[in-house]
Write a protein that binds this ligand. Structure first.
Ligand SMILES: [Zn+2]
Ligand SMILES: [Zn+2]
Length: 151
């Protein structure tokens, strides 16, 4: 389902950090890797890749969590919701956890990654599955196909 209207607002569990997106996702994803299993306290994480210039924090100040490595994972410092990720070396988009949005019902993962680490029962409706990550060269094609599917 395409995102119904922009801008769209969202926030963490407690509301101390609020955000707004004013651009459509480039791609939507589920990641089954064990790191995402731990950080999401669940079977997989969800991401909507939002162009960086269409993403803003409108209230509060998220803090860095996870491994504090080159990819920056941002959390609410009070309720500790895992809100979004700025992936290493990919500063033109932000991977937003779509359940932070006030209305996440439109979200469906288009791509799933790290199925080699998934829990045996975990399934998603993603059209493209990768045992690890998709190859970097495939990215543009996936973005184009996703845009077409949302038209
Ligand atoms: Zn919070
Ligand atoms: Zn992951």
């Amino acid at each position: 389902m395409p995102i119904p209207s922009l801008p769209a607002e969202g926030g963490c569990r407690c509301g101390r950090v609020r955000l707004r997106i004013s651009a459509k996702p480039l791609l939507t994803m589920a990641c089954h890797c064990t790191g995402c299993q731990k950080m999401s306290s669940s079977a997989y994480s969800l991401s909507a890749a939002i162009p960086a210039d269409g993403f803003e924090i409108t209230k509060g100040e998220p803090v860095i969590g996870g491994l504090h490595g080159a990819s920056k994972h941002y959390f609410c410092g009070y309720c500790m919701s895992w809100m979004f990720t700025r992936p290493e070396g990919l500063d033109w988009f932000v991977n937003l956890r779509p359940t932070m949005l006030d209305d996440p019902a439109w979200f469906t993962p288009f791509v799933e990654t790290w199925t080699s680490e998934k829990l045996p029962w975990a399934e998603t409706p993603a059209l493209h599955s990768y045992a690890a990550l998709s190859a970097f060269e495939e990215y543009d094609g996936l973005v184009a196909e996703y845009a077409k599917s949302q038209a």
